[in-house]
Design a protein around this ligand. Structure first.
Ligand code: ATR
Length: 266
């Protein structure tokens, strides 16, 4: 029987993961089936149990279930434990949870975009699941400074407090600051909104990375207007998928042609 995988989320209809994994499978000669699983918001466990019972081998987990997947997993990788979120489940006994989002972001920025992270000063916007999942990987890339800014300051403080040497602040408190790289891990862009950064935080020498890839967001527009280099999160999506594929299949797909094809419109 062909090994079965899926992405589970809500909503999940527009996920590009099935397309990406089909490309990886074709390129590496792996025979897999990869589908979409939309679970009710209160029905994650039942949906995963049913998928497992039907022979499912692995799942990618997207919003809003990354914390639920963390709880579902019986064993967790270190990077999943650090972020307290899981985006990759290996459905053997015991079920293992991993998180490939952080390595996906770091690989996209440092390798695909040619922006080495060592020694850089970085602003991370947001303190929800998306931000949580990448702090460990950013710190592991040898950066010089990490500031977490969030609309709700207590959430930024709580996230920063879990790591040594990370500062938390509000957007207003960033006035007068500048960074080599600003990563938007808020969900504001999905609603056509943007974090309210003081004027001058983004400039000609900054690099602005938006995790959202579905559309041009207000953060991207503001960064462009300030003269910054701007990139969306499509490369992170492909890189985190490649790492999940590697966890499941033990084969590392070449991401470049898949990303190029997606950029051309899939
Ligand atoms: P996710 O798992 O996608 O990160 P989340 O836990 O709901 O989802 O977190 C969403 C993040 O986007 C939070 O950092 C949130 O800020 P608050 O903690 O203040 O809610 C941020 N966010 C959402 N909409 C925003 C907006 N319009 N402006 C600024 N930040 C926003």
């Amino acid at each position: 029987m062909t090994d079965r995988y899926a992405v589970i989320g809500n909503p999940v209809a527009h996920s590009k993961s099935p397309w990406i994994h089909a490309r990886f499978a074709a390129a590496t000669g792996q025979e897999i089936e990869y589908g979409r699983l939309e679970a009710p918001r209160d029905g994650f466990t039942a949906a995963v149990d049913a998928f497992r019972a039907a022979g499912g081998e692995g799942l990618n987990v997207t919003l809003p279930f990354k914390q639920a997947a963390f709880r579902y997993a019986a064993t967790r990788s270190e990077r999943a434990r650090i972020g307290e979120a899981v985006n990759t489940l290996v459905l053997r006994e015991p079920v293992c949870g991993d998180n490939t989002d952080g390595v996906g972001l770091v690989t996209d920025i440092s390798r695909n975009l040619g922006f080495p992270l060592a020694g850089r000063s970085i602003l991370l916007m947001g303190a929800g699941g998306a931000a949580q999942g990448v702090v460990g990987a950013l710190l592991g890339a040898g950066i010089a400074r990490l500031v977490i800014a969030n609309r709700t300051l207590v959430r930024a403080r709580a996230l920063a407090a879990r790591f040594g040497g990370v500062t938390a602040c509000s957007y207003e408190a960033l006035a007068g600051e500048s960074f080599d790289l600003a990563v938007n891990a808020t969900s504001a862009g999905l609603k056509g909104e943007g974090p309210r950064l003081p004027h001058g935080v983004l400039g000609k020498r900054s690099f602005a990375y938006e995790m959202v890839y579905e559309r041009e967001t207000p953060f991207m527009a503001a960064a462009r207007a300030a003269g910054a280099r701007v990139c969306d999160g499509l490369g992170m999506l492909v890189e985190q998928a490649a790492e999940s594929f590697f966890i499941w299949r033990g084969v590392r797909p070449d991401t470049r042609p898949v990303l190029n094809e997606l950029r051309r419109g899939g």
